[in-house]
Design a protein around this ligand. Sequence first.
Ligand code: AMP
Ligand code: ZN
Length: 137
Amino acid sequence: MDNCIFCKIVKGEIPCYKVYEDKDVLAFLDISQTTVGHTLVIPKEHFDNLLFCPRDLLEKVMHVAQSIAQAQVSSLGAKGVNVLINTNEVAGQTVMHFHVHVIPRYSNEDALRLEFLSNKIDKLNLPAIAENISNKL
Ligand code: AMP
Ligand code: ZN
């Protein structure tokens, strides 16, 4: 994609701090380091986001994400890792080229805040919600 910043990184038109590369996948440091070692893993081919990434390629991207998470723990001394995929603007996606954030965690006082995961919405029909999702798989 001509106007895509990550496609430009793949083509070498914009520099990056490369962490890993093979014929399908590229990983590089996020320019905005949420924590030290925050890495983005992308397919070299352009897909807007998770919803459009073919499964075989998704598997390759996630394999690399796992390896990077392991290296962050073994080499950087991270005590844990958050793997994050923002999908569409409403979910915070700002670069519309599918990418996986691999964010090493050194302490739960890090810049990454996950309190939203424990928000509670009351009075939901959980069986109906589960069935709605399940029916589309
Ligand atoms: P998201 O909000 O999930 O779309 O994440 C996009 C990420 O791309 C942000 O964390 C940015 O800091 C990062 N980013 C944007 N431009 C660059 C760049 N040229 N090199 C590395 N990371 C970038
Ligand atoms: Zn792209």
